[in-house]
Structures are given as C-alpha cells and as structure tokens.
Design a protein around this ligand. Structure first.
Ligand SMILES: Cc1ncc(COP(=O)(O)O)c(C=O)c1O
Length: 408
C-alpha cells in the first residue's frame, strides 16, 4: 500500500511507494517558516549559490521579452544554446573532441540538471537493472532510480579515503545486471574531486572487465566551475575517452552561474541515447522556457575570469568554516576541494539512540542553526553544512554549531 494517502479512497500509483520527498527542500521550507516568525535562525542548508545571476544573462532575458521570443522551442533546446554547450563540453574533453567532437545533435537542454539525470535514467534503465552509486551520494539519485524500477547498489566510501571509490571496489560491485555507474565530481555532499588519474583508473575497469561492455557512466558535472585548485576539475570522459559511446555528461548553469531558479541544465550523450531522451522530453515537458534559454546563451559566453572572484569567495568561506569547525576535536572532516558543502562526521557527538535527523533537530532547536542530516545522503552519522552564505552569518552559524557540540 502506498504511504502517500490523503483520504480513504485515495491512493497514489505504486510507482511512488517508498520514494521520499526531497529532505533539503523540506528543511529549507521549515527554516523559512521560522524566519517568518521572527526567529534568529542561521540557515546552513542552502543547496544554491547566494550570488546574483550574471548581469549579461538578466539583460538577455529582457531583450528576449522585447523581441517576443515567446514561442515553443525545439524539445532539445535552441540551436544557438546547444552549440555553446557543445563548445564548452568539447573544450573540457579534448581527448574526445580531437577525434570525435560532440555536435549540437548530441545535446538536450533540460529543466535543470535534475531533468537531464532523470531523462537519462528513464531512457537507459529497466526494472531490475543495477545502478552503482558511490556513497555518500546526492540524495535524488536513489529516489529517481526507484522511480524507474531499477535498483541502486551503493559503493561505500569513508572520510579517510576522501570519499572516493577505488577501482577494486568498482570491479567487485559489477554484476551481470549492472547497467550504469554514477560519478559526481565535485561532489554534493562531500565536496571531493576525482583527479584525472583516479577517473582514468575507474574508466579502465569498465573498459577492461569482461562482461562490463554494456555498463554506462553518468557523470554529473554540475559543480565543475566551483573548484578550489588543489585537484583540477576533470570531466569524466576526458579521463576515459574510450567510453565515449556509453557516457552521458550532465551539467547546467544552476551552480556555476547562480541560476538555480531559472532551471537550465543539459545532457551531452551519444546520438542513440540523445534521441531517446528527446522523445521522452518532447512527450512530457517539451523544450524548456525560451527566456531562460536566451539567458543561458549569454551566460555561456562569459569568460571564466568573470567568475574568479566568486570562486575565491567560496574558497575563503571554506577555509573559515574548516578553521572554526577545527575547534570541535571529535568531528570527522575531509576538506572539500569543490562545490560549497562540508560533510561532517558527528559520530563523536551523538547521544545514545540519536541519529543525524534527531541531531539536526537538536541543533536547530537549541542553537537555531539549520543543518542537513546525512541520512538521506547515505551517511546517518554525518551532517551537511553549506558555505553558500555571506561570511558574517557563516561565521556565526559555525560558532553556534561548535558551541552546541562542545556543550555535549
Ligand atoms: C549533485 C547535483 N546534481 C544535480 C543537481 C540538480 O541541479 P539543478 O538545480 O540544475 O536541477 C544538484 C542540485 O542540488 C546537485 O547537487
């Protein structure tokens, strides 16, 4: 029976059985409600940049409105935008593009990176298929996998190995039912980044293991720009160009251009899969908002240097966060190399019977700091905090958190 019932006669489709609501969206709503009541709560749950959309993107939208660019666009997105996405992807994957460059027909522009991932799952996965998900993971992957009837198989990682899976782990997790491996670097929630060599070693397992010929890779590169420099960003396919025909690269402008609410993402994938995803999108949501596409054309033409200050700001905030958290000696922390989260092991501070949910509730109630429990990311003894907020509030939030921990 579905748990989602709202009356004696009402029952949702079985498809939704066991599928959870987004924990981060739910928490953010609770915090907004507290703020509306005048409570001085510091929100460390944000999954989005606190910067504004680039001015050029705003201007492009106003122009598009004036020019009446209000008609349906192709399901896959306007050609001008797809060409810019191709340019970006080819530049990030020179080992692929030197011989076999991506074309506009390999791109689908989607309603955020989320739809690109869901399109790929729907187009690739059958009930019973296994999807390898390094854990901790972005919390939407398992829920989306459930919606397709496939099964998530988690590959555990630890703080000590910087939350990265090893080639041996990948090899051991492969079965005849494995259909897809997900990689996400920089990662939400851990902020870890795979080096090119580490990705190369994983790619080799998929190309050299007998029986793994049909295994695809979905590389979620939505945080590509937010990298703190120690381990440079590497697009998965750049490390493993031999997997060109079975890799889908997902990216978007939500995090890199602070455009979360404008809902622009995309997939770049071989033509067979792309055709399937266009059919899905054409029969469900159609092409995304025409104005957001005009904005994206402008955002993708901005030079990388326009974002250098944002990245430097994130790096400063990361350092500040780590410095303050360092005062609580029993925390387990791996310094994030990208994205804007710190994933913190709080095992040393949990009371008997407490899990990450009750811990987060206690922090919110006692210290008025909102953090995200680790359980929905696959790590019940962790919490996630975001440093996508201005320094004064970030400092105060981290200090309150440390005070809370030291009082235990
Ligand atoms: C790892 C990861 N992938 C994908 C997404 C989805 O991004 P979008 O808002 O563009 O749908 C997010 C957003 O939080 C994310 O953290």
């Amino acid at each position: 029976m579905s748990q989602h019932t709202s009356g004696p006669q009402f029952q949702l489709a079985h498809r939704l059985d066991g599928v959870s609501e987004s924990a981060t969206l739910k928490l953010n709503a609770a915090v907004q409600a507290m703020k509306a009541q005048g409570v001085d709560v510091i929100n460390l749950t944000a999954g989005e940049p606190d910067f504004n959309v680039p001015a050029a993107a705003k201007k492009a939208v106003l122009q598009a409105v004036e020019q009446n660019r209000s008609k349906y666009t192709p399901a896959a997105g306007i050609l001008e935008l797809r060409n810019l996405i191709v340019q970006k992807t080819n530049a990030q994957q020179p080992s692929v593009s030197d011989k076999n460059p991506w074309k506009a027909t390999d791109v689908v522009v989607t309603n955020g990176g989320k739809q690109a991932i869901f399109n790929a799952f729907l187009a690739l996965l059958n009930p019973g298929d296994e999807v390898l998900v390094p854990s901790p993971y972005w919390l939407s992957y398992p829920e989306m996998i459930k919606l397709t009837g496939a099964k998530a198989v988690f590959i555990p990682t630890t703080v000590e190995n910087e939350f990265k899976i090893t080639p041996a782990q990948l090899k051991a997790a492969l079965t005849p039912r494995t259909r897809l491996l997900i990689v996400n670097s920089p990662s939400n929630p851990t902020g870890m980044v795979y080096s090119k060599a580490e990705f190369t070693a994983l790619g080799r397992v998929l190309s050299e293991t007998a029986g793994a010929e049909g295994v695809w890779v979905l590389s979620d590169e939505i945080y590509d720009r937010i990298n703190f420099g120690r381990i440079p960003f590497c697009s998965f396919l750049e490390s493993s160009p031999q997997l060109h025909d079975r890799t889908v690269t997902v990216n978007g402008l939500s995090k890199s251009a602070a455009m979360t609410g404008w809902r622009v993402g995309w997939s770049v994938a071989p033509s067979g899969l792309t055709q399937g995803m266009i059919t899905l999108q054409g029969q469900s949501t159609s092409g995304i908002n025409s104005l957001a596409q005009a904005a994206s054309v402008a955002a993708l033409q901005l030079p990388e240097s326009d974002f250098a200050e944002q990245i430097a700001t994130y790096r400063r905030r990361r350092d500040l966060t780590l410095e303050i958290l360092g005062k609580a000696g029993k925390l387990e922390v791996a310094a994030p190399e990208g994205a804007f989260y710190v994933f913190i092991g709080v095992k040393g501070y949990l009371k008997a019977g407490e899990d990450s949910f009750s811990f987060a509730e206690a922090v919110l109630e006692k210290s008025k700091v909102a953090v995200v429990p680790g359980a929905p990311f696959g790590a019940p003894e962790f919490i996630r905090i975001s440093f996508a907020l201005e320094e004064k509030a970030l400092r105060a939030g981290c200090e309150r958190l440390v005070e809370f921990l030291l009082s235990r």
